[in-house]
Design a protein around this ligand. Structure first.
Ligand SMILES: C[S@@+](CC[C@H](N)C(=O)[O-])C[C@H]1O[C@@H](n2cnc3c(N)ncnc32)[C@H](O)[C@@H]1O
Length: 196
């Protein structure tokens, strides 16, 4: 049982026993349980897909990789461990960020990576040379103007499973185990379009 499920179960359990004992006013029993309102549920990218995403982006020692919605941190950690990159993982769920930090320690790359609880729609990605995504089509589409505005020309964007809609066709695609990976680079034209 994860923390959110456990919290919900505890609240339900507490409410039932308190109501039974007549101890708490009903408006207190109706307090909402705070859970992050995720735009995408947590589903990890298989490791062979992670590795192909990093190969497609030619990730190397000079890169700064941001994974928006990083889950357990596997993309950022693999980029640091296998390619010598630095990286930041952003996730709205504190439980995922806790796992990612623990995984980075275990992989021996904690000094090269950083994990933050934050909303990907409020994150400044201008320091990134590579952005990785495993989100949903409507989330990618909403994110596209921020990527065009904030990323430098030449930065690479790689997405597992979902494209960016008709406004930004991918430059390349690849397949791993029946999964599609999409690849784009930021061009001067995107920066101009973002300013217009
Ligand atoms: C499909 S998982 C991908 C995890 C990881 N990138 C991977 O490929 O293994 C999507 C992640 O996005 C996170 N997420 C959803 N909405 C978010 C938001 N608005 N801001 C930041 N993270 C979010 C979820 O908690 C989840 O961990």
């Amino acid at each position: 049982m994860n923390t959110l499920t456990r919290r919900r179960a505890l609240v339900t359990l507490g409410a039932a026993s308190a109501a039974g004992a007549g101890l708490l006013p009903l408006n207190l029993l109706a307090q909402p349980v705070t859970a992050p309102a995720l735009d995408v549920p947590y589903v990890p990218t298989p490791q062979d897909v992670v590795e192909r995403m990093l190969q497609m982006a030619k990730v190397g020692k000079t890169d700064v990789l941001f994974d928006l919605g990083c889950g357990d941190g596997r993309i950022v950690i693999t980029a640091a461990k296998q390619h010598g990159a630095r990286g930041t993982g952003i996730d709205l769920d504190p439980e995922r960020i806790g796992e990612a930090r623990k995984n980075a320690e275990q992989a021996g790359v904690a000094s090269r990576v950083n994990f933050e609880v934050a909303d990907l729609f409020e994150t400044d990605v201008s320091a990134a040379s590579v952005v990785t995504l495993y989100l949903l089509p409507n989330v990618n589409t909403r994110l596209r103007p921020r990527l065009w505005k904030q990323l430098k020309v030449g930065s690479r964007v790689v997405s597992h499973a979902f494209d960016m809609g008709p406004e930004w066709p991918p430059e390349r695609t690849d397949q791993v185990d029946g999964r599609t990976i999409y690849y784009w680079t930021i061009k001067e034209a995107h920066k101009k379009a973002a300013k217009a």
